[in-house]
Design a protein around this ligand. Structure first.
Ligand SMILES: [Zn+2]
Ligand SMILES: [Zn+2]
Length: 430
């Protein structure tokens, strides 16, 4: 009995020592990671324009001893450069783990008032991809130092164009797995404004929605603003269309199946007294169930056509529906077994109370593409970034908001690096 107790005690001591060691090791990196984070935060670049960001990341990873390929990847559009970064560290025979960070910022004018606020007017790291890159660099450094504790291969990815869900495809179509091998697991962290800093959130199976990017061109017959009866006003028709689209959600979608239709941008007209010839609507559509996805997209083609007909427009002035396949992606699923495994290993590092199950979200991601349609187990984890008091008061700014910033970057980065390193160490343990 005593002996069992002694063994248990020894195991506990050994375990907590190694946990402290990783935490202490990560804590020592925080001052330099905070510098990196502020530098990245101040210099965001839009999707497809991540030239400086990716060069920065590639240089740092090369300095850490990783074999780096950059810029890596290929878009279908020959005029666009895919600024992907691939950094590989080989450490003997064993599995390969892919760890991804995205790199792009958003067209948002920052209003955080932070001393290291964006220096690129109208562009902001409002989705926290600066946090992800910094976490990746911290993870890279610690894993390079702890080579004696793992075996196999680490493949770190700096992915461009996540916000328009094109970057993962760009890197895969550029031959990522053909050139560097196919990983056995793929993981990523995304900061989460609905979760407190210091915590990691996980969700097995359906986690993020499918996204479809659509344009609707509502056509009319233009003319004088004072003589609407001699025209077919596309502005009025666009207004009717926007409201009717919401009825697809309330009346056609099965109520237990989540779906969102948002018209995020409207373009039309030149002057108050001119009725234009057309109005352009820019939509994002979110769904989980592939059948619901198909139905909703079909309705978005049918309803505007019916309204145009009701307005008396001829068939050749019917609305034009454009689906942007390259900016659309299926729902993100987390492999259930891998999710459980990582939640447990990260829980041992951070404490089980800091690793919690969270709800799925209607946001979207192209990270799942790295799983090749379920062939490679993938898990996207949530990295808490919210201020607990603001979260409780309902005043926490969300991702993509001009006021979003992680509440305390040092806690978020420390949690992110500890989580990523402990996940990789578990997957590549000797
Ligand atoms: Zn985003
Ligand atoms: Zn994001």
């Amino acid at each position: 009995m005593l002996r069992t107790f002694a063994v248990a005690l020894l195991t506990l001591v050994a375990f907590s020592t190694s946990a402290q060691t990783l935490d202490a090791r990560v804590a020592a990196e925080i001052p330099s990671l905070l510098d990196t984070y502020r530098t990245l935060h101040a210099s965001p670049e839009l999707s497809l324009q991540e030239a400086k960001t990716s060069a920065f990341l590639a240089t740092r990873l090369r300095e850490l001893g990783y074999e780096v390929a950059y810029p890596f990847g290929k878009y279908r559009d020959p005029n666009a450069t895919c600024y992907g970064v691939v950094a590989v560290l080989r450490n003997g025979k064993g599995p390969m783990v892919l760890v991804r960070s995205d790199m792009d910022g958003l067209p948002v004018t920052e209003q955080t008032g932070l001393p290291y606020t964006s220096q690129n007017a109208g562009v902001m790291h409002a989705c926290g991809h600066d946090v992800h890159m910094t976490t990746l660099l911290g993870t890279a450094r610690v894993l390079a130092d702890l080579k004696s504790q793992w075996r196999g291969t680490v493949m770190l990815i700096g992915q461009p164009a996540e916000e328009i869900v094109r970057g993962a495809n760009g890197m895969l179509e550029g031959g990522l797995y053909e050139k560097f091998g196919q990983p056995d697991f793929a993981i990523a962290l995304h900061d989460w404004a609905a979760l407190e800093s210091g915590k990691i959130g996980y969700r097995a199976n359906a986690f993020m929605a499918a996204t479809d990017s659509l344009n609707l061109v509502i056509r009319g017959v233009g003319g004088h603003g004072a003589a609407p009866h001699t025209t077919k006003d596309p502005v009025v028709l666009a207004a009717e269309t926007i409201l009717a689209l919401q009825s697809i959600i309330s009346r056609e979608r099965p109520p237990l199946e989540p779906a969102v239709i948002t018209v995020g941008k409207i373009d039309g007209g030149t002057k108050r007294n001119i009725i234009p010839d057309e109005v352009r609507l820019y939509l994002t559509v979110r769904t989980f169930n592939p059948e619901v996805r198909r139905q909703v997209l079909e309705s978005i083609q049918r309803v505007p056509k019916g309204l145009a007909m009701a307005a008396g427009l001829p068939d050749d002035r019917a609305p034009v529906y454009e689906h942007l396949a390259e900016e659309s992606v299926e729902a993100t699923f987390n492999d259930a077994a891998l999710t459980e495994r990582l939640a447990a290993s990260i829980g041992r590092e951070l404490g089980a109370a800091n690793v919690i199950e969270i709800q799925p979200a209607m946001v979207s991601e192209d990270f799942g593409r790295f799983g090749l349609g379920g062939k490679i187990p993938t898990v996207l984890l949530a990295l808490g970034a919210a201020d607990p008091a603001a979260l409780a008061a309902g005043t926490q700014s969300g991702l993509h908001s001009s006021k979003f910033a992680p509440s305390d970057p040092s806690i978020v980065l420390r949690t992110g690096v500890r989580a990523a390193v402990s996940a990789v160490l578990d997957l590549l343990k000797k």
